[in-house]
Ligand binder design. Structure first.
Ligand code: ASP
Length: 329
């Protein structure tokens, strides 16, 4: 028995410099990361380290992440109690949600990273890695799907957000709060939310060829960017104002797009749901729903984009997409 550790890079591993260039780059291996963690050598079961990638998280692709999820699944089938993935924090909320959508195992798959790189005073990577390993080993974390362990909190991938560009307390779940905490090394799971059934595995080639756009609506938006979108994209997520509103002049553009491709309405607010039946103006949620936009519910725009891309890559039609949004949002 072991805890499999897959390292993908990110600030947690950025302890190196490239000659002639300013700034840290991902250089540390899994062995370097684990050597820096007091207490990790005593972990039971021990870590089984696999260096997968060493990149900033902005460079990650769906294909790479799904390969890691596959390898993590194989590790679990071969007997691993749980899995930890270290990566950069910038895209971690999307990676963890992508993994959660397809993770069929009871064993925990736990993402973590760091905000302070190993060359700074008080790097948070070692503590986050130790907490993540403890969560991956914890019987109470089984069946919760993909988790994010950070700053001694345990979050569901389904709800977690990166909420601050530099704070070590950046990960939060604004709609729910954390599922639990790591206290004096003990994993305390306080909430066990229902988890939607995982999606079927996705063909990576189809995924590569599936384009989903995200448009964040802004004040006085003329929507010009959206004009020819259906010629290049298979789906669109709209991050609307507040409860799901857009300027009146965008409403017909979005309606015309929704006749051709699935268009999902979400909120750009950072927390809370889009509404369904409250406001009546042109460009309001009732108007946009009447024009064919789909309700993203509580899904934030980034997670809605991940879900829509997976569904479209699996050839899902409008009704299947609406049903999946109802389950996940
Ligand atoms: N830019 C880094 C990354 O996402 C930030 C981090 O790891 O916190 O790779």
């Amino acid at each position: 028995m072991s805890i499999a550790l897959f390292t993908l890079g990110g600030t947690i591993a950025m302890g190196g410099l490239d000659p002639g260039r300013p700034g840290v780059v991902a250089r540390l291996t899994g062995a370097d990361l684990t050597a820096a963690v007091p207490g990790l050598a005593d972990l039971n079961p021990p870590l089984d380290v696999r260096d997968a990638l060493a990149v900033p998280s902005a460079h990650l692709t769906y294909r790479q992440l799904l390969d890691v999820v596959d390898a993590a699944g194989r590790a679990v089938i071969a007997g691993a109690t749980g899995v930890v993935v270290t990566q950069g924090t910038d895209t971690l909320e999307e990676s963890a949600f992508l993994a959660d959508l397809v993770w069929p195992h009871d064993a925990p798959l736990v993402f973590t990273g760091a905000m302070r790189n190993p060359t700074l005073a008080g790097p948070d990577g070692p503590a986050n890695l130790l907490a993540a390993a403890r969560v991956a080993a914890a019987p109470s974390a089984r069946g919760l799907g993909v988790l994010v362990a950070f700053n001694d909190e345990v979050h569901a991938a389904r709800w977690v957000r990166k909420t601050h560009s530099t704070s070590t307390a950046t990960f939060a779940s604004p709609n729910t709060g954390p599922l639990g905490h790591v206290i004096e090394g003990r994993v305390r799971v306080l909430v066990r939310p229902e988890r939607p059934a995982p999606l079927s595995p996705v063909d990576p080639d189809r995924l590569d060829g599936t384009r989903v756009a995200l448009h964040t609506v802004t004040l006085d938006d003329d929507g010009l960017l959206l004009d020819r979108l259906a010629e290049t994209h298979h789906g669109l997520v709209v991050a609307g104002f507040g409860v799901g509103h857009v300027p009146a002049r965008l409403a017909p553009t979005l309606g015309a797009l929704a006749d051709r491709i699935p268009v999902v309405l979400t909120s750009r607010s950072g927390a809370g749901s889009v509404l369904r039946n409250t406001y009546g103006a042109v460009g309001s949620e009732t108007d946009l729903r009447r024009r064919g936009l789909l309700d993203g519910g509580l899904l934030d725009p980034y997670k809605a984009k991940v879900l829509l891309r997976l569904l479209l890559a699996a050839n899902a039609g409008r009704d299947t997409i609406a049903a999946a949004l109802a389950r996940h949002g």
